[in-house]
Structures are given as structure tokens and as C-alpha cells.
Write a protein that binds this ligand. Structure first.
Ligand code: PLP
Length: 520
């Protein structure tokens, strides 16, 4: 008889029904569980059926993830309901997650054991993983900025580093091979961008985001922020005001002010645990001197993808006020399973003509050190002004041969790596969420849709920013990015980089738990 493996998913929640384990047989995962009847009232009335159902879906997601599958790989779910009439809500909520995907769910009314309202059975395909994100690399192989500089700064060799936005994984094999072939040739002269380079970029943006662009719309830089400089200098005047939403990567403010423009922070607002653009604040921040809006989408640090309605509203507002949008989409290749991303410029003619986009392979494919990025605009004037700026320091020609090759390989031949990466990051987030819920339940957690960051609220500790830094750095011996550095709204929050093997993440969380417990 063939073996059926029971996968104990220790980090998946068991809040409702026996959702704490999955079974695997021949690469197929089975998860089942029940929503019990309300034991006090004996019926469903006093029961938060919608909340319970959402929790069931969350539980199933977490279990599938730990068992090496995902909601996207569900073949079938069977929901047995004690009484169909009572379950309009269940049906609707569950349907949101499953029925919209073809042939994924069937409902049946059946006499269930007493005390059971709903029984759910999920069948999913186990993913065949090719890439090993669990591999713990020697520290000397990791980003020196993320690790070595912190160890040097603190003098503490025991540190675990979850700060700088680099991942502790090897890059995709396609990128490594492409760079290896450059090295093998042994000639590192001025590079020329072949059609295959442009085809890779154009193909990627179309394949992933249905954004159709042409070669003429693409310019380059050695990374995103140097391109900010050319864009800001070329398209705005000294003393102009530039709006962006905080908390955000602190370099936004630095680049704007270093270029003698006025940085105007418009804080994001937190509504029911979700960060949103605050249009009232943005409108109130606009003056006759406002000439640019820098959008961070997906947003660093909380990993929000701005929805299309917000983007349309922003495009209209900026167009009405002659404000050019610089859309920083550097994290666009790091989209969580089940989420989708829309580049601002792909929304409409108005959006395309009033924006300039910065994007690169750097964050998404873990090649920040190869120094190559893209500047894209469908507005010929914007691209031409930007290219003129490049002449100021001969950047027009000064590109890296490694940057070209890595970018081409990332955009043409790394989709599979990228999909597995995001499943792994999603798994890391679920792991962190469950760990915190169980061990440090007062920490505020925000569900990301993109990036490899978790944005966490530690305000309940009532510590000053300095004391929070000490707690992490000195007592827990872990490095994270502290929110107060990222502008208004960041105090008491931290950004935890989940781009690491789960075992390292677990060690970090355990250290944090011990440090907080020792404080009591
Ligand atoms: C929002 C954002 N934009 C741009 C960058 C810079 O990216 P790169 O150095 O890869 O060009 C970063 C780096 O952390 C970032 O967070």
C-alpha cells in the first residue's frame, strides 16, 4: 500500500475545527476541518459566521502553504452544510475565495454529526519546488551592506540582520548563468544593448502586467535613485515642492532635499488595519509650487499595492494641478500569490502621458549590486528630457555590462524562480504572523500584498524610538529597519525583512520573544 504522509503544520492555526494538519498522497494535499455549532446557543445565530468563514479560509491558506501548496493550486473543495438556508453568508464568503476559480468548490446539504455546522474538505496539488530558499548561506556570501556593515558598526558578531532591502538568497540560476558567461568571456568592455535586452523588458511588462511599451520609451540608470535625480532636475525647478507618502524609504526625502526641492510628506492613513492614501491630506498639500508627486507602488515599507481606483483618482488630481507623477515601481516583481499589480502608466492615456516610471530587476531578483535600472515613459518629452540629464555625467554611455546581462536574464528567464520566491516569502509572512499571534499577540501585524517586508507595530510596549532600537539591537541582537527613520507615522513600528531562510527568521523571532519577556 502506498504511504499517506501526515504533514503536521505546527505553525498553522487550529482556531476552528481540526485545521492543524494536512495529509499528502502522491503529491496531492488533503485538508479537512469543521465549523462547530455554537455550544452555548446550540445554533448559528450568535455566531459570527462571516468571521468564522474568513478564518477558515485563512487557516486553509496557512496549512496549504506549510504543506507546500497554495490556494491557487486547489483542485476542489467540498463544503458540506447542515442546512443550506442558514449558509447564505458562508456560501458567499467562501465563494469569494474559491468559486471564482473554475471547478474549485461544490456545496452539498447533508446531515452532519451533531454540533457540526460545516465540514470542509480541500484537495490541492503540492508544488514541486525547484529552488532551495531554505539553504542558509554563509554570511560571507551575503550582502555586505545588510550584514557586514551592521556587524562592523555594532561590533557584535552574533547579530541576525533583517534590515537592508536585500534577500539572503542566491539569485535566479538564469541570472547567475548569464553573469557567468560574461565572466567566462573575460572581456568587460562597454556594452551595447541588443534587441534581446529590450525584448526581455517589453515581454516581462506585457506578460506580468499587460503593460505594452516600446523600445523608444525606455531609458536607463545605474539604479533607481540616480534616475530620480535626473528626473527631478529635468522636470522640476529648484524650490519646487514634491509630495510623497510617509512612512516611506527615507531616501525619498534625502534625494528631494539634496536636489534643492522641498519635500512634502503626506502621511498614509490607517483605516481598519489597512494603510490608505489620504486624498484629503494630499489635496491640502498641493500648492502652486507643487510640480511632482513621487508614488511608491508597491509601497515600501508596508507592501501595499495601491488599487486602481486610487491610482485613477491620483492621476486625475495630479493632471488637474499640472503635477508630474514619478512612479517608483521597484518592488513590482514581488507580488504575493493571488494579488496583482497594475503599473500606473498602464491605466490610461492620461496616466501614461503624465508619468515617468522607475523600475528594475534589483529588488525582485536580488541583484541590487549589479547597478542597472530602467526609466520608462510614454511621454516622449519626459524621456527626452531625462536622456539629456544623463549627458551631464556621461551616464548615457556609462553602463555596466553585468547590469545589462542580469536584467535581460531576470526579465526573460526567471519567472519560475520568482513564483517560488513569492510562495516562500508568503510562507515566511504566515510563519511570522502565527508566531507573533501565539507568542507576542500584542504586536500589530499588517498583511502585505507585495515586497518581502513585514510592517509591525510595537507601540504597545510604550518605548521611545531609542529604547525600541536598543531592545532589538542590544537585547535581541537583531537588526531591523526602524519606522521612525521612514518619516511621519513610523514611530514605534519596525520593518522586518522576510527575504531569508525560515530557520533564520525563526531564530530572530525567538530572540525577540526572549528579549521582550525579559523586559517584563
Ligand atoms: C522604494 C525604493 N525605491 C528605490 C530603491 C533603490 O533601489 P535600487 O538601489 O535597487 O535601485 C529602494 C531601496 O531600498 C526603495 O526601497
Amino acid at each position: 500500500m502506498e504511504q499517506i504522509n501526515t504533514i503536521i503544520t505546527e505553525n498553522a492555526p487550529a482556531a476552528i475545527g481540526p485545521y492543524s494538519q494536512a495529509k499528502e498522497h502522491n503529491g496531492i494535499i488533503y485538508v479537512s476541518g469543521q465549523i462547530p455549532i455554537n455550544p452555548t446557543t446550540g445554533n448559528i445565530d450568535a455566531f459570527d459566521i462571516e468571521g468564522q468563514t474568513r478564518q477558515v479560509i485563512e487557516n486553509i491558506k496557512a496549512i496549504l502553504n506549510e504543506a507546500g501548496s497554495s490556494l491557487d493550486s486547489v483542485l476542489k473543495t467540498t463544503c458540506l452544510l447542515a442546512d443550506m438556508n442558514d449558509f447564505a453568508v458562508f456560501n458567499e464568503v467562501y465563494g469569494e475565495a474559491f468559486i471564482s476559480k473554475p471547478a474549485r468548490a461544490c456545496f452539498a446539504v447533508k446531515e452532519l454529526p451533531k454540533k457540526v455546522l460545516v465540514e470542509v474538505e480541500v484537495v490541492a496539488v503540492k508544488h514541486q519546488r525547484i529552488y532551495d530558499f531554505d539553504e542558509v548561506l554563509d554570511r560571507t556570501q551575503l550582502s555586505t551592506s545588510k550584514w557586514e556593515s551592521e556587524i562592523f558598526r555594532t561590533g557584535n558578531k552574533n547579530l541576525l540582520c533583517f534590515g537592508t532591502a536585500d534577500m539572503d538568497f542566491k539569485s535566479s540560476p538564469a541570472i547567475i548563468d548569464a553573469l557567468q558567461s560574461v565572466v567566462d568571456k573575460g572581456h568587460f568592455g562597454y556594452p551595447y544593448k541588443r534587441d534581446s535586452y529590450y525584448d526581455a523588458i517589453i515581454g516581462y511588462l506585457d506578460r506580468h502586467f499587460s503593460w505594452k511599451i516600446s523600445k523608444e520609451m525606455i531609458a536607463n540608470s545605474v539604479s533607481i535613485y540616480p534616475s530620480f535625480q535626473g528626473i527631478i532636475e529635468g522636470l522640476t525647478e529648484e524650490g519646487d515642492e514634491i509630495i510623497f507618502n510617509s512612512p516611506v524609504h527615507h531616501i525619498f526625502k534625502e534625494v528631494v532635499t539634496a536636489n534643492k526641492r522641498v519635500a512634502v510628506e503626506s502621511p498614509l492613513k490607517l483605516v481598519d488595519g489597512e494603510y490608505q492614501l489620504d486624498f484629503n491630506h494630499i489635496k491640502a498639500s498641493i500648492t502652486p509650487k507643487t510640480s511632482m508627486y513621487i508614488l511608491c507602488n508597491p509601497h515600501n515599507p508596508m507592501g501595499r499595492i495601491w488599487n486602481q481606483d486610487d491610482l485613477i483618482q491620483l492621476v486625475d488630481l495630479c493632471a488637474e494641478n499640472n503635477i508630474i507623477i514619478l512612479s517608483d515601481e521597484v518592488y513590482a516583481g514581488l507580488i504575493y500569490p493571488g494579488e496583482s499589480f497594475t503599473p500606473l502608466a498602464s491605466l490610461s492615456e492620461k496616466a501614461a502621458m503624465n508619468s515617468i516610471t522607475c523600475i528594475s530587476a534589483s529588488k525582485s531578483f536580488n541583484v541590487t549590486g549589479i547597478k542597472h535600472s530602467l526609466v520608462i515613459s510614454e511621454n516622449p518629452e519626459f524621456i527626452s528630457v531625462y536622456k539629456e540629464q544623463l549627458k551631464k555625467n556621461n551616464e548615457y554611455y556609462g553602463e555596466s555590462i553585468f547590469g545589462h546581462h542580469a536584467t535581460e536574464a531576470a526579465f526573460s528567464n526567471s519567472d519560475e524562480w520568482s513564483n517560488e520566491l513569492m510562495e516562500y516569502i508568503n510562507g515566511n509572512f504566515n510563519f511570522l504572523k502565527e508566531y507573533l499571534k501565539t507568542n507576542l499577540p500584542d504586536v500589530g501585524i499588517f498583511q502585505p500584498q507585495s515586497t518581502y517586508f513585514a510592517w509591525l507595530d510595537f507601540n504597545y510596549l510604550g518605548l521611545s524610538d531609542n529604547d525600541l532600537v536598543n531592545l532589538f539591537e542590544k537585547e535581541a541582537e537583531i537588526i531591523v529597519t526602524h519606522g521612525y527613520v521612514l518619516g511621519e507615522g513610523g514611530s514605534g513600528f519596525i520593518r522586518w525583512n522576510l527575504g531569508c531562510p525560515r530557520s533564520v527568521l525563526k531564530m530572530g523571532l525567538e530572540r525577540l520573544k526572549t528579549a521582550i519577556e525579559n523586559k517584563k
